[in-house]
Design a protein around this ligand. Sequence first.
Ligand SMILES: *Cc1c(COP(=O)(O)O)cnc(C)c1O
Length: 372
Amino acid sequence: MQNKLIPVAQPALKGNEKKYVLDCIDTSWISSNGKYIDLFEKAFAKFVNRKYAISCCNGTVAIHLALLAKNIKKGDEIIVPTLTYIATANAVSYCGAKPVLVDCDETWNIDPKKIEANITKKTKGIIVVPLYGYPCDMDPILKLAKKFNLFVIEDAAQAHGAYYKNKIVGSMGDIATFSFFGNKIITTGEGGMVVTNNKKLANTIRLLKGQGMNPKKRFWFNIIGYNYRMTNIEAAIGLAQLENINTFLNQRRNLSKWYEEYLSPLSKYVTFIKPKPWVQHSYWMFSLSLQPKYANKRDSLATYLAKNDIETRPVFYPLHLMPPYKKSKRFFPVSTNIALRSLNLPTYNELSKHDIKYITKTIHAFFSTSLI
Ligand SMILES: *Cc1c(COP(=O)(O)O)cnc(C)c1O
């Protein structure tokens, strides 16, 4: 036992966050106008190597805006991985369209080989989700999209700063979306961003997020839009976070190395993903899987860790197991198997080597005491 709780995630707010937020208050620019919105959008566009970045109030509506800009509506089908956070599919449902679920492969991401069989006349696009920061295998996916004239949205809510080959995640699809929720790689509290290189899409997204107000005629509305705006205070925090993102990413990559080092001797009990040479993982969450033999011990391991002041989370329950998306009766063996025997371990910038030693020692203790 140690006395401090090790949370699963925790934001690091030690840069210019306070200074920029105080500036918003001192100047009274606290709502959805102000210089930080523009500064954050421009800096983020540069970071992901896109021409346009449009801020919004969270990562879920970022996906909704991307789909609306692509005119997705009832009768359309969008391919999404079954192993993802529920927001990916919910955004499709908000448009009245149908998310068509696809199983993942050993990288925990959508299996490119299983996409084609799910394409119908109604399919309009594919949403890929680089899960926990591990980039998707984009080459075959982009090739398929081209062949069937589908758009690709990268739901990169978990993968700021990850790279596929030499391309940053968020720069490969027609549109990419990001979340800045409190536990993400960088945060604004709540917040999101949509990025694209397409000017027309960017203008549509901007129009939709601001109630549809005509940019040339104030208080004139040609369409039904949404209030999906980010505040200047959120953008101020986001700008300060983005200034430090490379440090954050280095810290995450270092702590993952420590996890790998200390977990390797426990390979009889647990495994973890070993990234392919052409990907640069951003490690939103370091995750482990119990070996199949111990799969049914996942929840008792989590309980044991919690008793020892270590918070964990179960890997996402695949969407096909949850009531709103259960209709299809299809079985997705790879996702189901991974989800039920895997856990996310504490992953945040300020986690020390000492903490990781303690966490992995506790995992070892669980297996040595509970299995004999
Ligand atoms: C966090 C997350 C979202 C939603 O972001 P919010 O900002 O919480 O609305 C969407 N998709 C994925 C994959 C996420 O992890």
